[in-house]
Design a protein around this ligand. Structure first.
Ligand code: ATP
Length: 608
């Protein structure tokens, strides 16, 4: 094949690529475009054949399977001479800005094409420019200032926010002044390895390693903390490449390095798993039997059972415990399976960080390469549209690849206010398992088990007393037992009912004061002069229905009960009826100040 050798021709192909991209964007929409298509760049052109560069292998596979055919068709409409479109990984070059992307991608694709077909693509001279190899040039004081960052090892290392730009990771030879090693990365006065280089923001701690600043890429760390958020030690990577003597990384090496980093990161994300939260330590009873059975099924199966498994329930009822138990179990059975557990808050934090450091491709790739993804407390991303969008795409990508997803929340998917409808419906697709508030028997069982774990001798009467008095949630129950045991150990006295009451006086008082739905129904019925039984009845006249709605609203505001629990206490009504009541009372309160005053009065009476 004859390469296109005239830069003007290449420019013409670039213009065609621009139009093809526009067409792809309008066909596939903005979300797909920004995730998958925007990072592509025209790399090389030979007669009848164009090569598009992608930043990672994962992305290449995705683009090949989802978009390549369409790209080819659209391009042949633009230019019938184009009969073939190749998608190639930019690999060891990566790209930081459009100009260098072109150069880097051209080299990458050129190398690939040369390997494939022994055809040397011609890169327009201008595109290669002064940044040979697409790497930013470190001249001992800073950069040659093109774009916002250097390029190294396939990762963009953008000098974000105006800090001194970072030196490139030393995977590519570049003109470093003789005798000046890149190890340590920064200007000469920064010792290698443990000084923050370039931009620092905040100082974020993670995974037990302290980092005094972010590196600008969020990646490219020396590898010793695996987070990419710690101090930067460029040029001293895992493979021992160091600074000026480093040989260029091949595509395969770059991929291996990237996978290694992704694996480190995945391990680090799940590093917070609590070793106490296992299935062995989980006490199963009526309120949590469904959730427990579903969790166990997911943990024991190599294939996807239901996707996602959505666990929900009130505060401190064991959702996190079950998720950790799934992770431990899977790891125990098959350590090779990649399991990621993280809170939704952490997911958002990681996403924001990736956006900030222009590392979203790596972020996507890491998440989408896991076998089991578990996201705890998903309600946290309610109202956080961009994070939801990213989670939505991650979710879809994993479901498409038949990977298991487990999510927990404080309410059912359909009740997740502030969550996009499409995400809510996806979350409800699989198995939704509710953890109900504990019963006396379950609390007693949990107390017995926790006392055994502590190795403490606690009289049955004390356990029964605690199970009876502390009904709010298991976390509080466990805290109470810990206090009693700690007190006995410290003062060297046996645990008795008396010492227990003494040690826990504040907690017991607070629990006694805790409002129940029955208290609310009684008080609201009195206030509106109706019978308490009307709270449960099917009567729909406004004189009855309105006070009932008010009581539901107050139950939602003043207790920790979930919507289904509240519904059950109001004559077995559905949770959607409770939701409607809550909305109605809020609406009336905003329109009618005397109604709002009435509600406020009731609230104060109930809380006093
Ligand atoms: N059935 C159970 N058996 C043993 N321990 C339990 C059980 N349920 C909850 N716990 C314990 O209660 C504590 C709180 O549980 P966990 O953190 O899992 O609650 P959660 O539902 O995730 O709460 P939150 O909504 O606050 O995130 C943990 O120490 C956990 O071990």
């Amino acid at each position: 094949m004859t390469p296109v050798s005239d830069p003007a021709d290449f420019a013409e192909y670039e213009a065609q690529w621009g139009r093809v991209r526009d067409a792809l964007r309008s066909e596939f929409g903005d979300a797909a475009f920004y995730s998958w298509l925007k990072p592509l760049s025209l790399a090389a052109v030979t007669e009848g054949r164009v090569t598009i560069a992608v930043p990672t292998r994962f992305m290449r596979d995705w683009v090949v399977s989802h978009y390549a055919d369409r790209i080819r068709v659209l391009w042949s409409w633009e230019n019938p001479a184009v009969r073939r479109v190749d998608i190639s990984v930019a690999g060891a070059w990566g790209a930081a800005d459009p100009a260098s992307a072109k150069a880097a991608a051209a080299r990458a694709a050129g190398a690939q094409a040369a390997e494939d077909d022994a055809v040397a693509p011609v890169v327009p001279p201008a595109a290669n420019g002064p940044r040979a190899g697409g790497a930013a040039i470190y001249n001992g004081e800073g950069y040659n200032g093109e774009g916002r960052g250097g390029i190294s090892g396939g990762y963009v290392t953008g000098g974000y926010g105006g800090g001194a730009p970072l030196p490139p990771r030393s995977s590519k030879p570049s003109p470093v002044p003789a005798g000046q090693s890149r190890a340590g990365g920064g200007p000469a006065n920064q010792p290698g390895g443990h000084q923050p280089t370039g931009h620092q923001s905040g100082g974020h701690q993670s995974g037990g390693h302290q980092s005094t600043g972010h590196n600008a890429s969020g990646r490219g760390s020396s590898g010793h903390d695996g987070t990419g958020s710690g101090p930067v030690a460029y040029g001293a990577g895992r493979n021992g490449r160091s600074g000026a003597q480093a040989a260029p990384m091949s595509e395969a090496e770059a991929d291996a390095e990237a996978s290694h980093r992704a694996a480190e990161r995945i391990d680090q994300w799940s590093a917070g798993l609590d070793p106490r939260f296992t299935f062995d330590n989980f006490v199963c009873g009526k309120p949590n039997e469904l959730a427990h059975a579903a969790a166990l099924r997911v943990a024991e199966s190599e294939t996807v059972q239901f996707n996602p498994l959505f666990l929900y329930g009130g505060v401190g009822l064991g959702k996190t415990h079950l998720m950790h138990a799934i992770a431990w179990h899977i790891r125990g059975r098959n350590p090779r399976r990649k399991v990621v557990y993280m809170s939704a808050e952490k997911f958002m934090y990681e996403f924001i960080r990736a956006l900030r450091y222009k590392d979203t491709m790596a972020f996507k790739e890491q998440f989408r390469s896991v076998d089991v993804l578990m996201i705890d407390d998903v309600q946290f991303i309610s109202g956080k549209d961009s994070t939801q969008e990213e989670f939505f795409h991650t979710f879809n990508a994993l479901v498409d690849q038949n990977r298991q997803i487990v999510v927990s929340g404080d309410r059912s998917p359909s009740d997740l206010d502030g969550m996009e409808e499409r995400l809510r419906s996806r979350l409800g697709w699989g198995m939704v398992a509710d953890i109900h508030p504990t019963t006396y028997e379950l609390r007693l069982g949990i107390l017995q088990q926790k006392a055994d774990q502590l190795g403490a001798v606690v009289p049955g009467k004390v356990l029964e007393f605690l199970a009876h008095k502390i009904a709010s949630n298991v976390r509080e129950l466990e805290g109470a037992l810990n206090r009693v045991v700690a007190h006995a150990t410290l003062v060297g006295r046996a645990i008795t009912l008396e010492t227990t009451q003494e040690v826990l006086q504040d907690l017991l008082r607070a629990n006694e004061r805790r409002l129940t739905i029955e208290d609310i129904q009684k008080r609201v019925a009195e206030h509106f002069n109706i019978r308490v039984s009307d709270m449960h009845s099917a009567r729909r006249s406004r004189a009855i229905a309105r006070p009932r709605q008010v009581a539901m609203y107050l139950a939602k505001q003043l207790t920790q009960s979930s919507l289904p629990e509240i519904g059950r206490k109001f004559g077995g009504r559905d949770h959607t009826t409770v939701m409607h009541a809550v909305k109605k009372v809020e609406e009336l309160g905003s329109q009618d100040s005397s109604f709002a005053d009435d509600i406020e009065l009731l609230r104060r009476m109930l809380e006093s």
